[in-house]
Design a protein around this ligand. Sequence first.
Ligand code: PHE
Length: 329
Amino acid sequence: MHTRIKELENQFNSELAEVTNLKSLEELRIKYLGRKGSITALFDEFKELPKEEKPKYGQVLNRLKNSTQNSFNEKKSLLNEKEKSQKDFIDLSLPGIKTNLGTKHILTQTLDQMKSIFKVLGFSVYEGPELESDYYNFEALNFPDDHPARDMQDTFFVNKDFLLRTHTSPVQIRLMQNKKPPLRAIMPGKVFRNEAISAKSYCLFHQLEGLVVDTDVTFAELKATVIHFVKEFFGEDIKYRFRPSFFPFTEPSAEVDIWWQPKGKEGRWLEIMGCGMVDPNVLENCGIDSEKYTGYAFGMGVERTAMRKYGIDDIRTYFDNDKRFLIQF
Ligand code: PHE
């Protein structure tokens, strides 16, 4: 029995040395020290021994049991330690997780740039409501009663009296009613039109309006202001032209075109803004003496202007919130 005990001990120790995880350690415990384990079996044999041999083997067996149990416990705490430190381990050499920083929407960037160009020329920023009355959106701006722009096809009427503004020009009226000339302001904001949605038009877009009212304001000053803006925004080499046009609230009126030359395609003139001298009727509607004061106004679509600058070919992409589009700017 002695040699078997010795063998078993050696076997246990060498198998224990191979164990690398808690699972196989538990398997080893069952194999030797479990209820049907080989060390436990020796104790069963021990019971059958003649009385005089019992003390001798009892000692050796107990020693075997204690030493294997101790080695087992030692190994177990060692493995526990190891697994715990593996869990807490942070590999500082791994590449970091990329975080996406938000950026300003291209429309906000464009508006910021427009504002800063006019700021240099002494314009302040003024804002008005998006929900307007017929009076501010049309009547005070000298639109005749039967003007087609009032048509249900263009204007979103909220009820009989209120509508979503179709342009930022009503803010001119609010400014002239609230402040005395000299006035020099730009008025950015959202406008709404009930048009068929396509690559070129959307039910919602932004405009930037400008208004200057003072004594001796001239068309020449309007032209110089617009040209300054166009060159600052599109670059010194931009080709532009003023073309006679009509708006109920300005007289004379003009539209400004820029030459658009896409790569590999035929170039053409594209309209970017409307402008003109404020109609004396409009000044009078706001309680401004049209004998003493003159003014000029201009208004442009922000989406369209940015489309030209950045070569964006579908207005809807501004509103899709597709990151693949947004991150390009
Ligand atoms: N409000 C006009 C439009 O929406 C633009 C404009 C503004 C024209 C100011 C002249 C003066 O088309």
